[in-house]
Ligand binder design. Structure first.
Ligand code: SAM
Length: 285
């Protein structure tokens, strides 16, 4: 059901609000696009009318309105208090359905907002998008799904497969914990003001169990070491980590069933988990 609120463009003009690039503000005015994102979030699990829909950075509320029109109960986290009157008007049009938390999303525990099933939906501020995602992944099971707009280059890293340029630490952490796919790409002209890069909507559905057992801390250390020197062979890039565990690079790789002359991008998520487990086992003995 469409609301009777003014077009977003008019609401911004009425309150004299211009996008602030320091806050990563690139707004969506296109109702077809915001509706598509909202419906995609609803298709990932329970209907949006169930549980809590957490939106990061509602700004003037284009996506928020699409979520509310799908009968979501929205918990929105926004830093920019200038949009308060615009969001107040939206909240008044949907009584009891929009709760706005004012502050930095990096400091807010989204897993504690509302009632499950919880889903995150956002056209993310790109300057903190990856940092926000890594925080949510550490508690991935708290969310039924995450439907997120990123710059296309980050979206590609999230879904990248081994032996590709985009494959790296973020691909491994994401795919270890979630089923990840790009739903669709979005051109710069869909935003006001347009960003300099293409964007893409990604959907992450946390797995009931990670792809393979491993500790997140050790897996993070191994992938950081391996991709920190991604052109080097693993026996070299993992040398320092292996030494700390009383081995050399060849020994660590052999114990994990990895070819020591491979490079980071040759390994699967499961390979990295085996490396992490060898290091943890060695640390315990
Ligand atoms: N959702 C709106 C839309 O689609 O039109 C705005 C999206 S805009 C790309 C990003 C939004 O995130 C802005 O409203 C910005 O003020 C907000 N923002 C930026 N950094 C933030 C932070 N650390 N915590 C919460 N909100 C933030």
């Amino acid at each position: 059901m469409a609301d009777t609120l003014p077009p977003i463009r008019d609401a911004l003009a009425q309150h004299g609000i211009r996008a602030d690039k320091r806050l990563g503000q690139h707004f969506l005015f296109d109702l077809n696009l915001t509706g598509r994102i909202a419906r995609a979030a609803g298709d990932a699990g329970a209907p949006l009318s169930d549980g809590a829909t957490i939106e990061i950075g509602p700004g003037p509320g284009g996506l928020t309105r699409a979520l509310l029109a799908e009968n979501a109960t929205v918990f929105a986290v926004e830093r920019d208090e200038r949009v308060r009157p615009v969001l107040d008007d939206i909240a008044a049009a949907y009584p009891g359905k929009l709760n706005v938390l004012w502050g930095d999303a990096l400091k807010i525990d989204c897993a504690a907002l509302g009632a499950p099933p919880r889903r995150i939906v956002a056209n993310l501020p790109y300057n903190v998008g990856t940092e926000l995602l890594i925080g949510w992944l550490a508690n991935a099971k708290a969310f039924e799904s995450l439907t997120l707009m990123f710059q296309a280059e980050v979206a590609e890293r999230l879904v990248a497969t081994p032996s590709t340029k985009a494959y790296g630490r973020l691909s491994i952490l994401t795919q270890w914990l979630c089923d990840a796919r790009i739903l669709f790409t979005v051109t710069p002209k869909a935003f006001v003001p347009p960003p300099q890069v293409d964007s893409a909507v990604v959907q992450l559905v946390p797995r009931t169990q990670p792809l393979a057992p491993a500790s997140i801390e050790t897996l993070t250390r191994v992938t950081a070491a391996a991709f920190g020197q991604r052109r080097k062979m693993l026996r070299q890039s993992l040398k320092a980590l292996a030494a700390a565990a009383g081995m050399d690079g060849n020994g660590l790789c052999a114990a994990a069933g990895i070819t020591p002359t491979d490079r980071a991008e040759d390994l699967t998520v499961e390979d990295f988990c085996r490396l992490a487990n060898v290091l943890d086992k060695t640390a315990r003995t």
